[in-house]
Design a protein around this ligand. Sequence first.
Ligand code: SF4
Length: 276
Amino acid sequence: MIAHNLAICIPNKGCNKNCPYCVSRMTGYIDSDFELMQKQMKKVIKISEMSGVTSILMTGKGEPFLGIPELEFILKGFNEFVIEIQTNGIWLNNNLDYIKELSKQGLNLAAFSLDRIEQFEEYSDMFSQVKANGMIVRVTLNITDMLPENLTFKECIELCKKNNVDQFSIRNIVIPNNISNDTKGSRETVDWIKTHVPENFYNRLVQELETEVKASGFLLRSLPYGAKVYDYQGVSVTYFDYCVQDSNTGDDIRSLIFQENGHLYTNWNSKASILF
Ligand code: SF4
């Protein structure tokens, strides 16, 4: 079995953001069993090493920083891997002292999910402290009508350069293929996406990115799931138009998922893909 990365779901303690496009609301939640996660940890590390995993992604159905003891346990267990965390940034921005601690515990990259342009400024101090403590700052911008409709790719890059952002990705907000959670909240989320994600906004930004990198950037690498990463004016840029919790790894296993129920899977949306 070959796997490039391992996603670890920090047990869900809710979220402090309530995004109207939240994917977890549509794909549903699963019961947490942190005791089982702890028990299975050594085996997950072993399988990851044997499968060739090079990077670990700490993510979850909620906001990972709302579960600090669990997060620290995972960081400690996997600190010999390259490790990143996906967050909305709210908790860390209110707890800047914790950035040093994260660095001490071996975190390599913090990926902040943003949906308003003003957040570049609001999080500016946090970004510079993350960078000053030896970690990489990635911003993923979720494309909806919460952004100015005339926003350009070049303006995004200027904001990155001004605010210490090393890596920038543009994310299309989509309705997942697998809506396993048929609730009022899930249906409202689907409706919100249908009305607040302008059809051509993401495509226009991607087009601008492609034009700009062709003119004055260059390809850095192609990622296993097909995305291409470019150097544009010293910022690493990419885009992706799928939803991570919906991604299907197909025949060739490329990622492992250590779910918060304590089991290891090869697909986000298949209970049958359980390994142990
Ligand atoms: S930050 Fe993430 S988990 Fe929280 S509401 Fe937004 S999309 Fe959902």
